[in-house]
Design a protein around this ligand. Structure first.
Ligand SMILES: Cc1cc2nc3c(=O)[nH]c(=O)nc-3n(C[C@H](O)[C@H](O)[C@H](O)COP(=O)(O)O)c2cc1C
Length: 195
């Protein structure tokens, strides 16, 4: 039995966003972690890809936006300010679905920042108690931590998705679809692609 979305573009798009929304609230979901790629410059000034894992913390389905949290001192924040174009990648081995999203990254508003900090538990806050900037060299293996986390270093980032590439591997034939979005999250195009 193929799923209802198998041959249906609109249902495929709905399924993709339902999976992402689940990923933000279910730490066991394969969509809870995303691989986030950005562009930076190497020491010679040439473009260089940068890739890292981040936790998907929030999804605004209507606006087609994703949120992740980071330390404002981490290199990615400055890199994203210089070049906000990113790609996010998810792979769900259980369902054999790959989602590749193009997006524009920006720091969240102060309201969102304050609200997200409020919801961050004690364990989550520990990451933001590290005294030196993430990625700074240190003399030994263990980082130094302050007694209290500093809320000022907590930086939620918003990814406004501009395109979604769906790939579903299936015995009956793979399915691939492309969707594009306007700045408010409105669907501007949907089409099937050769997988
Ligand atoms: C499972 C996992 C989850 C992670 N989640 C986050 C996250 O939500 N935010 C974050 O800034 N770094 C997260 N990291 C660490 C990043 O992958 C990365 O090592 C770090 O943020 C430094 O990235 P940068 O040098 O590109 O700034 C996570 C790493 C792993 C392995």
């Amino acid at each position: 039995m193929v799923p209802a979305f198998y041959n249906d573009l609109a249902l495929t798009e709905t399924e993709a966003w339902a999976l992402l929304a689940r990923g933000a609230v279910d730490r066991k979901s394969p969509y809870h972690l995303m691989q986030l790629a950005s562009l930076a410059q190497d020491t010679l000034g040439d473009a260089e890809p940068r890739l890292r894992t981040v936790v998907l913390r929030g999804v605004a389905r209507a606006e087609r936006r994703l949120r992740f949290h980071t330390d404002v001192r981490s290199p990615k924040v400055a890199e994203l300010a210089a070049c906000p174009r990113v790609q996010a990648l998810f792979y769900d081995p259980g369902h054999k679905i790959q989602l590749r999203l193009k997006a524009t990254a920006a720091p969240a508003s102060e309201t969102v920042r304050a609200e997200a900090w409020e919801k961050t538990g004690r364990l989550g806050r520990v990451c933001y108690a590290v005294t030196a900037a993430p990625s700074a060299p240190q003399p030994g293996p263990a980082a130094a931590f302050a007694d209290e986390a500093d809320p000022a270093v907590f930086q939620p980032m918003i990814l406004t998705v501009t395109a979604l590439d769906w790939l579903y591997l299936a015995g009956d034939g793979h399915r691939r679809a492309a969707f594009t979005y306007g700045p408010a999250g409105d669907l501007t195009a949907a089409s099937w692609l050769v997988p």
